[in-house]
Design a protein around this ligand. Structure first.
Ligand code: CA
Length: 426
């Protein structure tokens, strides 16, 4: 993972956005103008619409289509992997230290390079459908143990198929959007009848998600060996969850209001190609999955993940979990193959998320439910306070990166602050 590639733009070795990464996002300059598509490089955003207007994509599939002047990545995602690779190679070339085309064009540089703090980052895609999986065996085992006991921790189907459910796309929000504590129905163990009110057990879920590229026709499946061609890129995901609402409503059809009030994603979409140097083998799968879920070669990625908490009285962020994407039992390719095997069509911009990414140790658990073992082992904060669930004013910040030698390919962060519930109408 040593790399000699260098940009004419200085990039700190700790930066998430070196020339090896070049994640895509949708931004609007704070000074005004329409939303458009850019890539992050160091502490700048490179405006791809401006490069396109200057003719720098004339030899690619995006030429003449105004694809980068749009307020979402959907049209670009629909073009497929060959087009993404050509555009990425061209952007990488233009940013190289030894390439004069952009480096020495002061007019174009002024038009195309925005300091990252001078832009507003928007939701990167128009998300038509959102599916959330449950792909960490550690997470599924822990939650199963808490809800059903150690003997019944994993359902009999769990090691045979990637369990998931269809989530809600309308409430997917970009990092930095405040999240309102939901109202709902819950039934505490000692209550005779269900109560209605603000959730008392608000939680985060540490996840990664991937945005779908071209998609597949209704009635056609995506074979596992072609599944990764559907992955445009990855984002950090916080799948906010109300555990008390969930515990009461989840049987028999799974979570509903406990999960549909908000899901936060990071604004930068890291191309799958940028993650290739960090591909690793996932856990051994026993029993062997059915043939349609058997993936040749390594299907996991070594992505370090951290969750930080700040809030009223917690001025400096406290790391409350450190996990890794490679802990997932089911790979992204397996999840895509399973999702489509019955003929369900995926479309450009669809979001598939991994489910909570918990690791094997107590400090690598991906949600408060597990970190505090359903409230029985409170988290000790540096300021002397304890936390069982999220409180109003808390801000959860998830970050993730791959560590190369002397550089990082990172995701930036996804943050969200908890607002108090609306007045209870009941
Ligand atoms: Ca989830």
């Amino acid at each position: 993972m040593v790399s000699t590639e260098r940009s004419f733009i200085e990039v700190d070795p700790q930066s998430h956005f070196p020339i090896h990464n070049l994640p895509y996002g949708v931004f609007r300059p704070l000074s005004g103008g329409d939303p458009r598509i850019g890539v992050a490089i160091g502490s700048y955003v490179l405006d791809l619409a401006a490069l396109d207007k200057a003719g720098h994509f004339h030899a690619t599939a995006v030429a003449g289509k105004d694809i980068f002047s749009q307020p979402s990545l959907n049209a670009f995602m629909a073009l497929g992997r060959t087009a993404w690779r050509k555009v990425r190679a061209q952007v990488q070339q233009l940013l190289r230290a030894d390439e004069p085309a952009l480096r020495d064009d002061a007019v174009l540089r002024a038009a195309a390079l925005h300091p990252i703090h001078d832009v507003e980052l928007l939701l990167p895609a128009q998300i038509g459908d959102y599916t959330d999986f449950y792909a960490s065996k550690y997470h599924a085992s822990n939650v199963g143990t808490m809800f059903r006991g150690k003997e019944n921790a994993l359902m009999p189907n769990w090691t045979h198929l990637p369990v998931g459910y269809h989530g809600r796309a309308s409430s997917v929000v970009v990092s930095g959007t405040d999240v309102r504590r939901p109202l709902g129905q819950m039934k505490p163990a000692d209550a005779q009848a269900p109560l209605f009110g603000p959730s008392r057990q608000l939680d985060f879920e540490l996840e990664l998600g991937w945005l779908i590229g071209p998609g597949n026709e209704l009635g056609q499946s995506v074979p596992i060996e072609q599944a990764e061609e559907q992955i445009f890129g990855l984002v950090l995901v916080n799948d906010w969850s109300a555990r008390d609402i969930q515990a009461w409503e989840y049987q028999p059809l799974g979570p509903f209001l406990a999960k549909n009030f908000a899901t936060s994603i990071s604004p930068w979409v890291v191309p799958l190609e940028a993650l290739e140097p960090f591909r690793v083998a996932g856990p051994e799968q026993e029993p062997a999955p059915l043939p349609y879920l058997q993936q040749a070669g390594a299907g996991a990625f070594d992505i370090q993940l951290q969750v930080g908490l700040t809030g009223e009285g917690i001025e400096t962020s406290q790391t409350i979990s450190a996990s890794n994407f490679k802990y997932l039992y089911w790979s992204m390719a397996q999840q895509i193959a399973h999702h489509t095997v019955g003929g369900c069509n995926l479309r450009p911009g669809d979001l598939l998320a991994s489910g909570t990414i918990s690791g094997p140790t107590k400090d690598s658990l991906g949600c408060m439910l597990e970190l505090t073992w359903r409230g029985t082992e409170p988290l000790q904060l540096h300021n002397g306070e304890q936390r069982i669930w999220l409180e109003d004013g808390d801000e959860v910040s998830i970050t993730g990166w791959c560590q190369g030698e002397g550089y990082r390919v990172g995701f930036g962060e996804v943050t969200g602050r908890v607002l108090p519930a609306h007045d209870n109408p009941a």
